[in-house]
Design a protein around this ligand. Sequence first.
Ligand code: ATP
Ligand code: MG
Length: 370
Amino acid sequence: MQVKSIKLKNFRNYEQALIEPDAGVTVFTGQNAQGKTNIIEALHLCCLGRSHRTPRDEELIRWGCDDALVRTQTVQRDGTHEVSILLSKKQKRKKTVRIGARQAERIGELLGHVCGVLFSPEDLMIIKSGPAERRRFIDMELSQLRPAYFYALQRAQRALNQRNALLREIAREPAREPALAGTLDMWDEQLAVCGGEIAENRREAVAALSACAQEAHAALTDGRETLSVRYVSQAAEAEKPAEKLLERLRAARSEDLRRMTTTVGVHRDDLYITINGKEARTYASQGQQRSAVLSLKLAQLELAERERGEAPILMLDDVMSELDPGRRRQLIERIDRVQTFVTCTDLSDLAGARQGAVYRVESGTLNREK
Ligand SMILES: Nc1ncnc2c1ncn2[C@@H]1O[C@H](COP(=O)(O)OP(=O)(O)OP(=O)(O)O)[C@@H](O)[C@H]1O
Ligand SMILES: [Mg+2]
């Protein structure tokens, strides 16, 4: 996949901008707080319909403006794709997605038109933080590759919210439990069906990811370290995860009623990441964690390429300066084949990488230097 152009209008600190990236590496360089990450964020918005930094779209609209626009054109094996995202403060529809000239009914229709892997310093959270970050990591990957997965996630979230609301309602008025039990049964079933679909996808994806990441990590560490990722789920081992989840939801009902929350489901899943058999979150050093994340990202890139039959774009926000020269070289070698967007404050961080296009970023303006 190739991004041919990115157009911004009133997006973050940009009034107007047009980027025509190189087929290889496009670099955005400049001092802090000038607008480098904002461009990566715009690309991410086109990949997944949301920012990687905030769940609140309004923050993306330039201060003092009512609307923001991001438009990208990509070329893929099947032809040209154009995606536009219009964010609005005042209009009833806060986010409008257009695929070509057609307005999309659902955000999910956006997925796949721009497919990318982002690597930023905050990704260390995948190792260090709680299970939610790790679920987000695998969910973002799978959503881009399989829109049906994205819709299953949405349905599961809705069912979970409804079930929790019902649990609270019954807690307030216990006498209504018999009358509401049937509705609770229905949400149990919905949660189990969507959860089963999610679990099957995650299980398969994590197995593939683990194999790829292990290989990447062995190369990064000259064979000294074995990285492994295991899917942890209440339904992980079950042949039919949906059945297992339903059984466990039923068994947990009285406990859930007491706690007023759903204790069973894929919203409790986690990834267990180890280096040489020891949990990375607890035992890995800062440098080991950084390498592990890099290996995961390289694996993500490879899986996306394998599944789609063409490489996604790669976005590297501020990561070069964080890697030691050896790892940087490994990364540069591996990104040779994919269209890459890199931000840095110092061009010397990219020594050794092809720099097809270089944009200097200064308070929301872009000047192409190369
Ligand atoms: N909605 C907005 N409207 C106008 N400006 C904004 C908006 N949101 C953020 N900014 C400005 O954008 C700038 C930050 O942009 P960005 O995060 O892209 O910086 P950066 O160049 O990546 O910096 P660093 O090197 O520190 O990562 C900040 O100065 C911030 O005040
Ligand atoms: Mg930045």
